[in-house]
Ligand binder design. Structure first.
Ligand SMILES: *Cc1c(COP(=O)(O)O)cnc(C)c1O
Length: 361
């Protein structure tokens, strides 16, 4: 038998999650964000599945976009951070990529570069994230210069990005929406603001284009229950199997650093998955794992290729029994919280080593 650790991908769940985004924002166009290897799921596979469902895709850089074009993806692809050098504008025109303009340098590159044809462009406005984007009071001037450049296929899409949309009781999102609307007043072009939490919880921010990423993979971006997010279905289930089971006497320790000690005569199952397979080394003692579909606590440090689980309270466990690290039955967010991170990071860090296997399409 070959090593049983794998990331199983459920494309039916992906379609369900896209349909939920469509249902929540029925009049908006949908841009599926597939940056960072589609948050670890596999950019080409996910882009192929999403192309018929989405109006456009989005990535972080032209390398990611060109990979998708080479794989035959034809739909519009937005570069979320725009280009990093003037020469990339010709590449964008050649591959029919949509660009973002978020600062003066990018605008001057556009004004000064001759291009084989017009480009579609998004103008990003900084309404409070203070990472990328032009100042709200400069939006009008950028808009005018973009139209005057003669390089655009049409008016720019006016966009912004939320800093706290996943924290429902914070005032920032409301303030950002207000500032965004004031900045866009009277300017031609469609509008876009909503990331996943925006799609799920801020209907007033749906505008003309929604830009979900994380929610498409079926996990809640919130740390508290949220009625729409609770309807999502996980695309990735990270699985492995038990490869050894042993009794451990009270007082004995398990794993590197001897950080877990048996308080009673215990039974410990060893599973072949570790931080070399994308399971976080920061997962603490007690992090839930599903063994034969039942929860059991992680016991001892995560190794590169193995973890150990306290299965004392479970019905008998044997070599070969199935284990789920996250996904169906165990939200990645819960494992992330036990590992001092967020689900976004756990998914995105999934290494090449872990086989992606499509189980439902
Ligand atoms: C990554 C990204 C998104 C998607 O965010 P999610 O929270 O994953 O939905 C949307 N817009 C921009 C500009 C991004 O960089």
């Amino acid at each position: 038998m070959s090593r049983p650790s794998q990331a199983r991908l459920d494309l039916r769940a992906l379609r369900h999650n896209v349909a939920l985004a469509r249902e929540l924002a029925p009049t908006a166009r949908l841009m599926a964000v597939v940056k960072a290897n589609a948050y670890g799921h596999g950019a080409v596979t996910m882009a192929r599945a999403l192309e018929p469902l989405a109006d456009a895709l989005a990535v972080a850089c032209s390398e990611e976009a060109v990979e998708l074009r080479r794989a035959g993806i034809r739909c519009p692809i937005l570069l979320l951070e725009g280009v990093f050098e003037a020469a990339e504008l010709a590449l964008a025109a050649e591959h029919d990529l949509w660009i973002t303009i978020d600062n003066d340098t990018q605008l001057r590159w556009l004004e000064q570069t001759s291009l084989p044809g017009p480009l579609a462009c998004w103008l990003k406005i900084d309404t409070g994230m203070h990472r990328l984007g032009v100042a709200p009071e400069q939006a009008r001037d950028y808009h005018r210069r973009l139209l005057a450049s003669g390089k655009l296929a049409g008016p720019p899409v006016l966009s912004t990005h939320f800093s706290c949309a996943d924290e429902l009781d914070k005032p920032q999102t409301r303030q950002q929406i207000e500032l965004f609307e004031t900045s866009c007043e009277g300017l031609s072009g469609l509008r876009s603001a909503a990331n996943s939490p925006g799609v799920l919880a801020w209907p007033q921010a749906h505008y003309d284009w929604i830009r979900p990423g994380f929610m498409l993979w079926g996990n809640s971006p919130f740390t508290v229950p949220q009625p729409q997010a609770d309807r999502l279905r996980p695309v990735m289930t990270l699985c492995s199997a038990v490869i050894s089971v042993r009794d451990v006497a009270a007082g004995e320790t398990v794993g590197y650093g001897a950080t877990w000690q048996a308080r009673r005569p215990s039974r410990v199952a060893t599973v072949t998955i570790g931080y070399g397979d994308g399971y976080p080394r920061t997962a603490g003692n007690g992090t839930p794992v599903l063994v034969n579909g039942r929860r059991a606590p992680l016991a001892g440090r995560v190794s590169m290729d193995m973890i150990t689980i306290d299965v004392t309270d479970l019905p008998p466990v044997a070599v070969g029994d199935p284990v789920i690290l996250w996904g169906a039955g165990l939200p990645v967010g819960e494992v992330a919280r036990a590992s001092s991170t967020i689900g976004y990071e756990l998914l995105t860090r999934m290494p090449m080593r872990t086989p992606r296997v499509i189980v439902a399409d």
